[in-house]
Structures are given as C-alpha cells and as structure tokens.
Write a protein that binds this ligand. Structure first.
Ligand code: ADP
Ligand code: ASP
Ligand code: MG
Length: 824
C-alpha cells in the first residue's frame, strides 16, 4: 500500500483539489492507497479565531461560521456533478450545525479551552476529507472515508497530543487486516486523533504530515508521499533564499535536523516513524506532478555536498542560568531540563560555556514567561543563596542551522560558517553543535536572519555566483550612465566573475525606488519619478533595515548630506563606493574613521573616481603603497574641467570668451554642478589632498596652498551671478592668456604634492606657465595627467594619462569600484 498526504495548499482551492484528484486517480488503478488530507489552507487558523471570537462574547462569530460554510459549499458545487451535490451539501450542513452548536457553548460559557480548540479545529480536516471523498465517489472510485480519530490514539495533551504508537498500530492494523475493509482508496483526515476518553485531539500545527507517517508505518506502506506546493525539500526556505535549490535526495537524519531547525516543509515528528520502518519518503509538488521532488531515505547521498541544507527558526529566546556556585549544585542540568519539561517547554538548542559557569537553552518565544517562572521556582533556594542568578532572558533572537551528515568528515565547515557571518557584521549570540555532528547552529539577532541565510546559502551552495545588492544615490548624469553600464554588463559579470549584480535601490534627493528582488532597470526613471517622497536619511535607514548580504551603497552625488551617511552604512557592513569627494577631503580624523570602520566591519570604502574620473589613479597609488613603495612627489593636472577650459580658451582670438568656454564645459558635463568648485581650485585641492592621504600623509585641506586665478567677486552669489561676474572679468582672463602666450607657454592648473628634505609634506595648486618641453604641455581636451615620483620611479615618474572628466568615464570608474567592492 501507499500513503499520499496532501497539504493545505494542495486542497486550498477547487482548482488545486482537481489536481489532487487527477494525481490520485492515476495511482489508484495500480495499488490501494491511503490519502491523508489537511484542511483547506487558512481554515485551521479561521477555526481558532472563530473560537476566540465566540469566547469573547462577540456575535460576529456567526458571520465567520457562514463564511466557512460558504467556502466548503462552494467546493462541493465546483467539484461534484449536479446529481451528487445534494447529499454532499447536506453532509456539509450537518457538520456546520455541529460547529454552530459548539460555538454557542463557547459563546455562553465564555471559555475556549484547548480541548474545545482541538474539537473545533478538527472540522477543517473532516470537511476537506469528506468533500474530497465525495468527489472520488462521484468519479466511481471504490473508496471509503476513514475516521482518523478512531485510528490514531493519543494522550490528552490537547493541541499537540502525543501519539500512543502501540495502540494506534493495533487499531490501524486491525482495520486493514479485516477482509471486509478492502478498498482501492481510503480517504483520511490528517492532524486529528482522539484520547482515551474519546475526546478529539490534534497532533500539533502542520501535523497532517505526521498522520501520513503514522498510517504509513502502521501498515508498513511501500512509500509515503507528502504532496505540497514546492518541488521538494530545498537547500533553504525559498521564501527567504531566492536561489534555494531542490534537494534530489537526503537522509532521514538530515531531513529531521532541517525540519527541527525550522524547515516548515515537513513537520518534525513525521520522519521518525517512516525512518524506523525504512519507508521511503518523497516530497512532491501537486502543481508540478512530473517533477521528481525529493527522496528522503536511509543514507545521505555520497556527493560533493558537505552541507545538505540550511534552516532557521524565528522568534526564539535564549534562557541562561549563570552563577559561580553552579558546579556545586548536584543534578543541576537535570533539574533545569525537568523544570522545563514539566511545563512542556520544548528545548530547541543547548549550549554550555566551557567554564561550565553558565548554561543556555533556546526556546520558542511564547514559552519564555512560563520558563522564567518554572526555572526561578526550581532554583529559588540557590538563587536566594546567591549561588545562581535568576534566569536571564534574551529576546528577539533566531536560530540558524547548517545541516549535513558529511560535515563530520570535512574539517573547516564551522570555520567557514562563522567567518562568513562574522565578516558580514552578524553578531553571534551562542553556538551549538550536535554531538552527532550533523548540524551546526548559531543564535543570532532576529533581524539578521534573512541576511545570514542568504550569506550561508551563497557560501555553501552558490560557489558559482555571488549576489551583490547595489543601492545607488544620485540619479543624474553619472547615475544614469552607471545604471546603463551595469545593465549591459550584467551577463558578462555573471559568466566571467561569478557576480550577480542587482540594483535594488535608486534614489535622488527627494525620492527613492526600492525593490529587493532587483529593479527592472528598463523603466527606472519613470518609476523613480512616480515613487513617494523620501530623504536620503530615510533611504539609508531602509538599506540598514533590509540588511541584505553584500550590499554596496554608491554615492554619485556631490552632496554633503549623502557623504554624512557613510559612517552609518559602513558600521552596518554596507560597502561604500563614492565619486563624491566630500568625505575623503573632510577633516583627516573623519577620513581615517571611515577607513577604519570599513576595515572593522569588513566592508569596502572605495573612491577611485574622486581623482581623475575613471583613470586608475587611486588604485595605482594603493598598489604602489601596499607593495612597499614610497611616494615622494606627485605632480598632476587633475582637473579635466580646467584643462578643457584652458585648452579651449585662446584669449578671445577665436571669438570665444572665457565665460563661453566655461559654459560649454558645463553643458558637456565636465564641471561640478557649481563650476566654481573647479575654477576656484577647491576641487583640485581636494584631489591632491586625497592622493596625499592615500600616499600615507595625514594632510588637512588647510595645509594645501591654493593660488587661485579666479578673482574674488566671482565667488559671490549663485551660479547665475557667477556667470554674470565672469563676463565682467574677461580682461583678467585675456591678460592671463596673453602673458603665457608671450612666453611661448600654455596655461595649466597644476597640483603638486611634495615631501621636502626634512620630511615635511606640502601640497599646492595653481595656474602655471607650461613650457613646450614639459610633460604637461601636450595635454589636450579634458585629459588628466598624473606623475608619481617614488622610490621605484625616482627620476622618470610613473605616468597616468587620459580623460579625467565626463559622465561615461566617471560611471565606468564607479562601476570598477563596485566590482572591486563585490569581490572583497
Ligand atoms: P502544506 O500546506 O503542503 O503542508 P507547508 O506550507 O506546511 O505546506 O510547507 C510547504 C512550505 O514550506 C513551502 O511552500 C515553503 O515555503 C516552506 N519551506 C520552508 N523551508 C523549506 C525548505 N527547506 N524546502 C522547501 N520548502 C520549505
Ligand atoms: N490543518 C493543520 C494546520 O493548519 C494541519 C496541517 O495542515 O498539517 O496546522
Ligand atoms: Mg505542512
């Protein structure tokens, strides 16, 4: 015989039930089968709410009964041919009347006991199984409805009764060995049973799986199939980990561990009876019946997977007993466990400190209060004698577990688990490893579950890909180009570097667009425009709250408010990639703090485009320093803007004024939003300062000398005022040009960093006459040129030259930093 169990979602709608009927009919022709079904999805919860409503004296409970009646009557009408509907409808009606009468009692007494809750909940499974049985009968299948209450016998622990296996075996076997009970199909409600007094009991939420296993073990079935809404047991809960993969084969032990630590796909007690009877257990998908699903069997498959799966339990709390006198208390551990067991508090995990001055147990959060009272009462005397502290409770925690039988033969699994978590800023509150070495569990903060599960999944199952979550701040020129570049390059990065880059956030100064599944970048601009108002602080709060693994914040703005958020982001292990120069040119202590935050929280803080747009200037400097070189001098044209301006300004000889050239530079996207930052030299000061700092010299902005060529009145007022003033100053610019031309020179704005003979570092920026013999003379367009004089390049410098401004090259520099950050 075979046992097939269909869960709530498989019988949740009439469409789903039709699929169930098709699956069973195809099978029934070959072998007799027992079909165990759950209540239609959501119905068990509705019964609990119904009882609670009635007990509160709220007459609204009657409407709730009506809607439950309607749901089941609709199922009858949809599933049965007209001729058979009447008897099924009257069956439903009768059951609804019983429910009404129970609810009337609850309403009058104002009490909803656990015994009554079991009684009420049982109607969910009774209704679904009877309706489906009627549907099979209408199809002409030789079937009989089995009352699981008379088959499965339990104690009287209502709501999660313990099955008396011996008695249950007897009653089930007695039934099936009786020659008058031979049918092709037996329809049985899951979840429900009865105690010695004949009261209805239930086997715990999700318990229909267990009913299936009990039937299968009692009749020694050839197979147990659990039909649900996913194609098998997966490497992680697919609602938490998008990339979770189906597990084709798994051992009973591994499946038991995964379900014990939260994999809802199977109710934990289910495995034991089938394991004992060596019955193969399959998990199958009602909505994709052709999919092989998962086979749960004796041995763990001998493949390359050291870890079979990862699971998590939300809402646990950690109870810790501590005290210097603990060792002196005889039978201490037993008393602790007994005190909890007496109150039926399930222990999910145990850890003991090596000094044995403390022991902690993880329990479900709803048991906390009861546990505190029970344990403090048990140890009242010892607490009074100050041998022990009262029970310490830590809440809002979760458990994550990695499971696999092979891990005992592979050293380094726990090292990998904890370094992955630690490197991503996950705080581990407690650790436990089963003595059988089939699992390693960690207690972490509840808010870190999603991130931890995804990180561990990536580390153990997705060696092929690393998921990277990118949040962009700034949706202007550079931001738009960057989004385009990421979109075009996504496949390449996945195939060649194993990086799955997802843009999950795009924000400008007033709005934010978020999608943790990845924004569809073909319409981002429209979607952002339609998004609700939000500030940059709110954006960052959302990023921190999401707590996604491998998050990178990309600042393509020039705003101080955005730069102010880096510390918060880095301290949450979010990497920061900035083309915004404000943070790195802020007071040295702040720059240094950001760098150390990045290091301490294993995040990257990268800002290649702070200097020379996409040119590899900062990275080259870093490579020199990291490999042991020393920088003595840097000479550079670092402003693509100024180079553009002085390359295009001919003292007015071609009819173009200085103002017109500046405007052209701005129109072509080569200036900061306020061009004075470029023309006034501040931008170049920031750049040489950043290079000096990266070279290891703790300079401040004030240490940098700026020989500005821009007359003082240009700095007054708005950008529009500035352009008006610039017109007036044309003679000044013409004079600068003419003086240089008369000397056979070009004008270039040069930045210079130098260490003098006494080791004193100085930085200076200013306009200079450049002779034709200089490296800087032949520098055209918006190009930058940097000369590094170092120990290894003492006389002939290391030279970097190329376009140093423009949205495209800046975006590509930012992109390169994103890739570097992703590979940290
Ligand atoms: P049913 O109603 O069929 O009993 P459940 O909702 O109890 O179904 O269990 C199936 C659900 O379990 C899946 O939809 C999935 O979201 C969840 N789940 C949690 N962990 C896992 C896992 N490791 N593998 C597969 N599914 C899982
Ligand atoms: N109907 C019950 C519940 O919702 C049992 C089950 O679905 O397995 O918990
Ligand atoms: Mg279930």
């Amino acid at each position: 015989m075979q046992v097939l169990k269909f869960g709530g979602s498989s019988v949740g709608t009439t469409d789903a039930i039709s699929k169930v009927i098709a699956i069973v009919k195809a099978r029934v022709q070959t072998k007799p089968i027992i079909v165990v079904v759950s209540a239609m999805s959501g119905v068990t919860d509705q019964f609990i709410l119904l009882g609670q409503t009635a007990a509160q004296g709220n007459e609204g409970y009657q409407t709730m009964i009506q809607s439950l009646a309607q749901k089941h009557e609709d199922a009858v009408l949809a599933l049965l041919p007209t001729a058979q509907q009447a008897s099924a409808l009257s069956m439903v009606k009768e059951l609804i009347q019983e429910i009404e009468s129970h609810c009337a009692t609850i309403f009058n007494e104002g009490i909803f006991s656990l015994r009554m809750q079991d009684c009420l909940m049982s109607y969910g499974e009774i209704l679904s199984s009877k309706i489906i049985a009627a549907a099979f009968e209408a199809e002409g299948v030789d079937q009989v409805w089995l009352d699981s209450r008379s088959m499965i016998k339990t104690n009287s622990a209502y709501s999660s009764a313990v099955v008396d296996r011996a008695l249950t075996n007897q009653s089930i076997q007695a039934y099936f060995t009786n020659p008058t009970n031979q049918h092709a199909l037996y329809m049985a409600p899951g979840f429900i049973a009865s105690d010695a007094a004949g009261h209805t009991t239930t086997l715990g939420r999700g318990g229909s799986d267990y009913s299936g296993a009990i039937y299968a073990a009692s009749i020694n079935a050839s197979i147990l199939e659990i039909w649900t809404d996913v194609s098998g047991m997966m490497t992680a809960d697919p609602r938490i980990v998008n990339n979770a993969k189906e597990i084709p084969r798994i051992s009973y032990q591994e499946a038991m561990e995964l379900s014990h630590f939260g994999a809802k796909i199977i109710y934990p007690p289910t495995i034991q009876p089938v394991m004992q009877a060596h019955i193969p257990l399959w998990i199958k998908n009602t909505f994709e019946p052709g999919h092989p699903g998962t086979l749960i069997e004796n041995a763990s498959p001998k493949d390359n997977n050291v870890i079979r799966g990862i699971s998590s339990i939300k809402d646990i709390c950690l109870l810790s007993l501590e005290g210097a006198g603990m060792l002196a208390i005889p039978g201490f551990t037993k008393r602790l466990f007994d005190a909890l067991a007496k109150k039926q508090i399930g222990i999910i995990l145990i850890t003991q400190s090596s000094s044995e001055h403390s022991i902690s147990v993880g329990v479900s959060v709803q048991d906390t209060h009861l546990a505190k009272i029970a344990v403090d009462a048990e140890f009242e005397e010892e607490i009074n004698l100050q041998l022990l502290e009262p029970l310490i409770i830590e809440k809002e925690l979760s458990i994550i577990a990695i499971v696999g039988e092979q891990m005992r033969n592979h050293p380094g699994v726990s090292g990998k688990m904890f370094s992955v978590l630690g490197n991503n800023g996950i705080n581990i509150r407690a650790i436990a490893q089963g003595s059988s070495e089939k699992n390693i569990t960690a207690v972490i903060e509840a808010q870190d579950v999603h991130k931890s599960m995804n990180l561990l999944h990536e580390a153990f199952f997705e060696s092929a890909y690393k998921q990277v979550n990118v949040y962009i701040a700034g949706a202007g020129n550079v931001g738009s180009k960057l989004i385009d570049q990421i979109k075009k390059q996504a496949n390449y990065l996945q195939n060649h570097l194993g990086l799955q880059i997802k843009i999950v956030g795009i924000a400008n100064s007033t709005k934010q667009l978020i999608n943790t599944e990845g924004i569809d970048v073909s319409h981002w601009a429209d979607e952002l425009a339609a998004a609700p108002a939000s500030s940059i602080q709110e954006y960052v709060a959302v990023i921190v709250h999401h707590n996604l693994p491998n998050s990178i914040f990309v600042d393509v703005t020039a705003h101080a408010t955005v730069a102010d958020t880096y510390a918060q982001l880095l301290s949450h292990s979010v990497s920061v990639v900035a083309c915004n120069k404000i943070a790195c040119s802020s007071p040295y202590v702040h720059y240094a703090k950001l760098k150390s935050l990045a290091q301490n929280h294993h995040a990257a803080f990268l800002f290649e485009t702070n200097v020379g747009a996409g040119l590899p200037i900062v990275s080259t400097l870093n490579d020199l320093i990291h490999s042991g070189d020393t920088i003595h001098k840097i000479e550079a044209v670092l402003s693509g803007t100024l180079n553009f301006v002085f390359n295009h300004y001919a003292g007015g000889a071609d009819g173009k004024t200085f103002t017109q050239v500046v405007k052209q530079a701005q129109d072509e996207g080569y200036t900061e939003p306020d061009p004075r930052l470029d023309l006034g030299g501040t931008d170049v000061m920031r750049k040489i300062l950043i290079l000096a700092r990266e070279a290891g010299y703790p300079l401040e902005m004030e240490d940098t000398v700026n020989e500005s060529f821009l007359p003082a009145p240009c700095f007054n007022g708005s950008v529009a005022d500035f352009y008006i003033e610039l017109e007036k100053q044309e003679p000044h610019f013409k004079q600068l040009y003419d003086a240089a031309a008369a000397a056979g020179c070009k004008l270039k704005f040069i930045a210079k960093f130098e260490k003098d003979a006494n080791g004193k570092a100085t930085a200076k920026v200013g306009l200079q006459h450049i002779q034709p013999s200089s490296d800087f003379y032949h520098l055209y367009g918006k190009d930058n040129l940097v000369l590094f004089y170092t120990n290894r390049y003492p006389e002939l410098p290391l030279v970097i030259k190329g376009a140093g401004a423009g949205a495209d090259v800046t975006a590509s520099g930012v992109f390169a930093d994103i890739i570097r950050a992703a590979r940290v």
